[in-house]
Design a protein around this ligand. Sequence first.
Ligand code: ADP
Ligand code: MG
Length: 697
Amino acid sequence: MEDLFKDFGSKVFGEKEMKSRLPRPVYLSWKKTVANEEMLDRTTADAIAHAMKLWALNNGATHFTHWFQPMTGGTAEKHDSFLEPDMNGEPFARFSGKMLIKGEPDASSFPNGGLRTTFEARGYTYWDVKSPVFIRDNILCIPTVFVSYSGEALDKKDPLLKSLEALSKAATRVVNILGDKDVKSCDISVGLEQEYFLIDRKYFDRRLDLRFTGRTLFGAPSPKTQELDDHYFGAIPPRVAAFMKEANQELWKLGIYAKTEHNEVAPGQFELAPIFTNGNVAVDQNHLIMDILRETAKKHGFACLLHEKPFQGINGSGKHDNYSIITDDGQNLFSPGDKPAENIRFLLFVCAFIRAVDTHPLLLRLSASCTGNDHRLGASEAPPAIISIYLGSYIESILYDIYTKNSKKPITQEEKIAFNPVTGLSYIPHDNTDRNRTSPLAFTGNKFEFRMLGSSMSASFSNTVLNAIMAESLNQIADELEGIKYIQDIREKALTICRNLIEKHKRILFSGDGYSEEWEKEAKRRGLPNVKSFIESTEVLNSPSVINLFTSLNIYSEKELAANRIILQEQYEKIMGIEVRTMIEMARKDILPAQIAELKFYNDTINTSGKNTPKFIHNHTKALSSLVDQTYQAIQELEEAWQKVTAIGNTFEIGQNIYYKINPLMEKLRAAVDAYEHIAAREFYKLPSYEDILFNI
Ligand code: ADP
Ligand code: MG
């Protein structure tokens, strides 16, 4: 039998390679650097670079790159070959410690929100020792942070790493106070589920909207969509299975434990979930997963759509961010254990999370938002834009018991009678994490699942935010507990803290239907914010509590936050601009000519048939001619409004105007075009339709 996993990790210079290829002292030095115990010195860096080069050349690499995550949300790289002339002018492969550690890409065109002036436009990349280097094609890729000349973060990784440090300190403080003195640091475990669509490349190529914006800007509903739920978890079509097989093989080579794959709700929609790993690596791996899905799709004649809402009226795609906090000796701090009611540490961490979320709901909302996700959040397929937490009845009942000081024994796992649906099995594993798919933040057994993220987004910022708000909340707990001498008193005090936190923040707990209108009303009554759009959520970066959160934990400076806010707002304008121009171009070049040709065809028929013209033709030409007018008028209005709206105001005002004034006009144009597609003859309406695109893989 072929060894399924023989190539697993073959393209990663990870711990195993380091151990076998580095001299022992160098390897130990590197380990200490990763554990934050030692700075990497020049000799060690040179030795690592040398071993890395030999390994890379052995594996077919010719170039290396500092792989980084600019604020565009994607990844970037600039390739340099290993090739250099030696003293005699002979070619040889050079890769030094300095080249490994520091890069100077002239990446002056990336958005920087004013962090770089043109005379110092250069940014610098620095090796992230905690994320393994890997080979893609013939390139040795070195994960790096990207910062400006004066040290400001120009990327999404640098703040993530800083937030991990802040969280580690805060969580370790609490764990130590509670008596576990051996724990020296904490990290997060993150599992990112990725949804995506696959469509046949030939349809993708024929639609400007898909090519330029990743979504369809027009498209009448097809007679059948997802109402039968016959795609969800259905058999994976053979062509897709071949694609998945290759994608998995590529991911495994990169050391990514791609694990779960299945059909999603919408036709043509799928999901891939790797096994969780530490947060920093999980975010890097998710970028690779998105890249590999896109590339492998091309090879198989597909286009992989990572946009949050490629098709109107059909479920869009998200990314679930499963999050837990782990000690350096492997204890999951969100694990309830056998007796959660007595597990004070678990209760404290859950209560810390509840406060963190209730204190910073708008920041969390922003961390999951992007232009594309505006079509999903709150649209009855994804969690609402209102942030709340679902704990499940078991954990919730324990918290309420504490809160009400109820001395009655809390329900235990054993007392929940497991339904035994199958005879002949002596044991049915019981699952006490009852599921609520409509909650934005659900406790699922031993982790929180943050379900709002858009599918195309980097998971960097969401994890930076989760770390920061948890660090803040845990530090407050540590402050309250520090100095208490006896463990029994600490436990008593911890219970009081939990009680107070539940009292103060219980409004954020909700276990009902998050998609319902009642919840919107109830949330309002509870005073929970409901920010409708991405653009409006960006302003939270300007709020004193958020500035204080990030600056006090040394994650973002005030200047960096301002830059990030501007970048997000500019990005919104740019993306919307592309959508508007693409819409207008398609309406002018594809739609109007089709309408006119069809109109002419029927008018000619009327002219030749005279009195005998069937009624359908009269009615149809009338409808057509009215749709021509509507389309034309909507184009004019949209074009004019865009000019006006983008001419004045700051980035936020422009963004708001786009959201409130441009969106309705885009809908108006779409409505006219879709109404035409609905009645058009295939001969005239030539764009691939939803039925073509969604039901042909
Ligand atoms: P579901 O679709 O039910 O949410 P999946 O199995 O598709 O579940 O995805 C769950 C994700 O959560 C996987 O990536 C899994 O590895 C990850 N995960 C499991 N346990 C933890 C944990 N303790 N911390 C973080 N992520 C976890
Ligand atoms: Mg999930």
